[in-house]
Design a protein around this ligand. Structure first.
Ligand SMILES: [Zn+2]
Length: 260
């Protein structure tokens, strides 16, 4: 009996060790399908509570950029443009992407929007929500959060939404760690380049975001994806590789044409 329970614990711990797409080891114990379920629930309630943009040009622009990016990752992704002037975009486990009209108005071109959406997809591909849930909650709490996410008025529900990265909309700020931010930047940069977007535009985008936040505009995005001094250095370090990826993509005929 003792042997059996020891075995169960060991198997549990072994399965809790995972590796992120950049090769970093992660502690993860939540079943991915449960975390995906949380993402779906959170997205559903956002769609029912927040106005969805009917601007055909904005919708087409966001869909076009997201589709070119997600062709590189596979899977079906749902993209919704929210009528919201704050500068924000997010992606949730379960392949959901939300883009605010405020961000669409801010960006100068398709490449800048691809930089933000690519970064968001980077968080999902790296299973950061699962890692945050696994790090910051006990096993029992983590599993009860799957239900709690449908109740944003409760403390547990708010924590769940915060760990999914969309808590700001419900007044809960749980910013991504610097490690997660850097990882999402790196993955997003490669992803946009592989889709044929210009990775150098990511630098311009982050500078624009920084400027907008200094202008006193409340930037929902910057509160959950904190700016750090080394973000641009990190992107520049990976830029030669990313430009090569983009050239390869272009030679394969991947040439995005998304306009707003
Ligand atoms: Zn981020």
């Amino acid at each position: 009996m003792l042997k059996k329970s020891l075995f169960t614990v060991l198997v549990g711990l072994l399965s809790a060790c995972a590796t992120s797409p950049t090769g970093r080891s992660q502690f993860i114990y939540m079943p991915d399908n449960q975390v995906d379920q949380m993402g779906l629930q959170a997205f559903d309630s956002m769609k029912s509570k927040n106005p969805i943009s009917r601007n055909a040009d904005y919708n087409q622009f966001a869909q076009c950029v997201a589709l070119d990016l997600t062709k590189q990752t596979g899977g079906q992704w749902e993209v919704v443009v929210f009528e919201d002037e704050t500068l924000n975009a997010f992606a949730l486990p379960g392949n959901k992407i939300g883009v605010h009209t405020g961000l669409i108005k801010l960006v100068d071109n398709q490449d800048q929007l691809a930089a933000v959406i690519g970064h968001e997809i980077g968080h999902v591909l790296s299973r950061h929500s699962n890692e945050r849930l696994s790090q910051e909650t006990a096993v029992s709490t983590g599993l009860s959060m799957v239900q709690a996410v449908t109740q944003p008025q409760t403390a547990l529900g708010q924590t769940a939404l915060g760990l999914l990265g969309v808590g700001a909309q419900y007044g809960v700020l749980l910013p991504y760690s610097r490690v997660h931010e850097t990882e999402a930047d790196t993955i997003g940069l490669d992803l946009m380049a592989k889709a044929g977007f210009d990775p150098r535009q990511s630098i311009n985008l982050w500078k624009k975001m920084d400027q907008a936040s200094q202008g006193g505009q409340p930037i929902e995005f910057m509160s959950t994806h904190p700016s750090h001094g080394s973000r641009i250095d990190n992107l520049n370090q990976h830029m030669n590789h990313a430009v090569q990826l983009q050239q390869q993509a272009r030679s394969q005929g991947k040439q995005p044409h998304c306009t707003k």
